[in-house]
Design a protein around this ligand. Structure first.
Ligand SMILES: [Mn+2]
Length: 361
């Protein structure tokens, strides 16, 4: 019987004792941490402050507000605080755009910023954090819509055709790294150029990651359109995940395996894709959520109501001997005084129940 670990994803503002207690109470044993404050000096429209970041063409917030947290001492403190609550800090999710905008854009500061990323990877390894998730994307998670898409009219997100307005200068990955940038828009790139930038990044950081005992785990493009805001995407089909792994072979070249995003893609059999990558040990951790539809039109729903057969997924993970971490990804917001927490608690309970059913058939 595989011991699949149930984890919990913490946004930056949830890194406190209350947040850790809530996750433990939901049954989490492992933690995935977002250190980036996605909404610093930004505005949230009508988004709930606990919800996943959503926004309009003006992006989320200003990058770089929490760069002081990316040090050996700070990472160690977070890991120790979590351990007091019975949680194992398993992964950091997403680099701060302030630390790597020119890596993504192929700009002049690229090599300088790669040295910063190498330092972060070394510090994470030394602090005992085995995984860093990243999303190599110019537009980032942009161009989604919000609405009462989930059961009972619960608010969630989706896509309907994507977003085509060009990205203003000073913005990358849907955040502002230079709000005073000259006017104009980010020059259009193409897919081959973006793959070459990813290869340059992987060649630079993977040897450091191997030595540090850290796996770099790639999230696919959410939403998985071939282009967003007139910029190319990398992993918007199932096949392209294999391409990413083959680009620079390394034990540290791994996947942040987002089943929701994979389900939204037009090609591929998701159960075969799970067999292929989980079976080959390439998955560092799993984002679990459900969805109805595929690009260009889909929406996110509760775990037990979408087109992804989550029962089959959990059984498959067990059969493949997956002992890594699964976290609920996004959740629809439930109508009550704690919309995000209720949605997450519901997802956690559902995953834990499936795990118990599989372990005690
Ligand atoms: Mn995801």
């Amino acid at each position: 019987m595989a011991d699949t670990k149930i984890g919990f994803g913490f946004y930056h503002h949830m890194l406190n004792d209350d947040g850790y207690r809530f996750a433990r109470q939901c049954g989490a044993t492992h933690a995935v941490v977002h250190l980036v404050d996605y909404f610093h000096k930004g505005y949230q429209n009508d988004n709930h402050p606990d919800n996943q970041p959503v926004g309009d063409s003006d992006g989320w917030g200003r990058a770089g507000a929490t760069r002081h947290l990316w040090t050996y001492n700070s990472l160690t403190r977070i890991r120790e605080d979590m351990a007091k609550h019975g949680l194992t800090l398993y992964a950091l999710e997403n680099f701060d755009p302030a630390d790597w905008y020119d890596v993504l854009l192929g700009g002049q500061k690229r090599d300088e910023q790669l040295e910063v990323l190498k330092g972060i990877i070394r510090d994470a390894g030394r602090a005992g954090i085995p995984v860093i998730g990243y999303n190599f994307s110019i537009a980032g998670v942009a161009g989604r819509i919000q609405g009462a898409f989930a059961r009972g009219g619960a608010r969630s997100v989706g896509a309907d055709g994507g977003e085509h307005t060009p990205i203003p200068n000073g913005m990358v990955w849907n955040m502002w790294y230079d709000p005073n940038a000259r006017s104009g828009t980010v020059p259009q790139s193409d897919e081959d150029t973006l793959w070459a930038r990813l290869e340059y990044f992987l060649n630079a950081v993977l040897p450091v990651a191997e030595e540090a005992g850290v796996r770099l785990a790639a999230h696919p493009d959410d939403p998985p359109f071939a282009s967003v805001r007139q910029q190319p995407r990398l992993v918007y089909t199932h096949d392209r995940y294999q391409k990413l792994l083959d680009l620079v072979p390394s034990s540290s070249n791994a996947l942040e395996f987002c089943l929701g995003t994979l389900q939204e893609m037009q090609d591929g059999d998701i159960y075969e894709t799970i067999e292929r990558h989980v079976g080959a040990g390439q998955v560092a951790y799993i984002h679990l959520r459900n969805v109805v539809g595929k690009v260009p039109k889909y929406h996110e729903v509760f775990l037990d109501e979408g087109e992804l057969d989550v029962v089959r997924v959990m059984k498959l993970l067990d059969r493949l001997g997956y002992e890594g971490v699964v976290i609920p990804d996004h959740t629809p917001l439930m109508d009550c005084t704690a919309p995000w927490h209720s949605g997450m608690a519901y997802a956690m309970g559902y995953i834990r129940a499936l795990k118990q059913c599989i372990q005690n058939p």
